[in-house]
Design a protein around this ligand. Structure first.
Ligand SMILES: Nc1ncnc2c1ncn2[C@@H]1O[C@H](COP(=O)(O)OP(=O)(O)OP(=O)(O)O)[C@@H](O)[C@H]1O
Length: 262
C-alpha cells in the first residue's frame, strides 16, 4: 500500500543530514551520513546492534555533539532550543519517575507541553496501560515500564517522534496496535523515526534507513529493499545488501555514504 501523502513530494524533509559525522571519545561512530527523512511519514531506522542507531537518534534530538557536517531538524539546526517542544523522544532506557504512578508520569510530561489530564489519559490508553494507570512505575514489568516512556513521548503530540526501539519486549498484539497508532499519527501529519532490530517491522514503514557500522547503506522503501536485496524476505534482503557492500569493500571500491532515495 502506498502511504505517501499528497504533500510529501513538495514539503521539505523533516530531517536532513549532510556529511554528518559523529565521534564519541575521539572514536568515529557515524561516518559522513547523508539522508533525508520525509515529513508526515513513518521512517524506519534499521541496523544491527552497535551500528549507530541510538547515536544517530541522540544527534537528531540534540543531545549528542556532532563532529562534522550538518543536521537539520524541522528546518532548524539539531539541538536548537526551539525544537524542544516539537520533538517527542523515547530512549531505549525508559526515563520515567519510578515513584510516580503511570498516569502521573504521563501527566507530568504532558504538562511540560501544555497538555491536559485528558490528553495524558488518552496517551496511557494508547499504549495499552489504562488498567494500570494508578500503579506505581516501580511496580511495572519491563515491557510496561517502557510503554510508560512511550506514552510520555506521545502525550505532547509533537511534530516529530523519535522512538528508539519502542516495541522491544511487547507482545505481538500490542506491537500491531502500536504500529497502527504510528500510522495514524503520520496520517495526521506527524513525522516518525522508529528504530528496530525486527526486519518484519520494516514492512510497516514508508521509508527505511539502513545503517551498518555507522554508515548509511541505503535509504529506500520496503519494496526497494526487496528489489535491491534480491529477496522478498526483508531480513534476507538486508543481508543481501550487506553482502554486496562487503564485496564492494573487498574489491577496494569506494564506499557510498550518501543516500537520497525513497
Ligand atoms: N558513550 C560511548 N562511549 C563509547 N562508545 C560508545 C558510546 N556510545 C556508543 N558507543 C559506541 O558507538 C557504536 C554505536 O552505538 P549505538 O548505541 O548508537 O548503536 P545501536 O545501533 O543503537 O545499537 P543497539 O541496537 O545495540 O542499541 C557502538 O560501537 C558503541 O559501542
Amino acid at each position: 500500500m502506498d502511504h505517501t501523502p499528497a504533500h510529501a513530494a513538495t514539503t521539505p524533509p523533516a530531517i536532513e543530514a549532510d556529511s554528518l559525522s559523529v565521534r564519541i571519545h575521539r572514536k568515529p561512530i557515524l561516518h559522513d551520513l547523508g539522508f533525508a527523512v520525509p515529513q508526515g511519514r513513518v521512517t524506519g531506522l534499521l541496523g544491527p546492534s552497535g551500528s549507530g542507531k541510538s547515536t544517530l537518534m541522540r544527534s537528531i534530538v540534540g543531545v549528542q555533539r556532532l563532529w562534522k557536517g550538518s543536521l537539520t531538524v524541522l528546518g532548524r539546526p539539531a539541538g536548537a532550543a526551539s525544537l524542544r517542544h516539537a520533538i517527542g523522544y523515547m530512549t531505549q532506557e525508559a526515563s520515567i519517575y519510578r515513584d510516580l504512578s503511570v498516569l502521573d508520569n504521563v501527566r507530568y510530561f504532558g504538562a511540560l507541553h501544555g497538555r491536559s489530564a485528558a490528553d495524558a489519559r488518552e496517551a496511557v490508553a494508547a499504549v495499552g496501560l489504562a488498567d494500570l494507570a494508578r500503579r506505581k512505575a516501580s511496580d511495572l514489568s519491563g515491557g510496561q515500564f517502557s510503554r510508560v516512556s512511550l506514552a510520555c513521548a506521545l502525550v505532547g503530540d509533537p511534530e516529530l517522534l523519535v522512538l528508539d526501539e519502542p516495541t522491544v519486549g511487547l507482545d505481538p498484539v500490542l506491537r500491531v496496535d502500536l504500529w497502527e497508532r504510528f500510522r495514524a499519527l503520520a496520517d495526521g501529519g506527524a513525522t516518525l523515526l522508529v528504530s528496530s532490530h525486527v526486519m518484519e517491522e520494516a514492512t510497516r514503514c514508508d521509508s527505511l534507513l539502513l545503517l551498518r557500522e555507522g554508515r548509511m547503506l541505503a535509504q529506500l522503501t520496503p519494496d526497494g529493499l526487496r528489489e535491491r536485496g534480491g529477496s522478498s524476505d526483508l531480513e534476507q534482503a538486508f543481508l543481501g545488501i550487506i553482502r554486496a557492500d562487503l564485496e564492494r569493500q573487498a574489491a577496494g571500491l569506494p564506499v557510498p555514504t550518501k543516500e537520497h532515495a525513497a
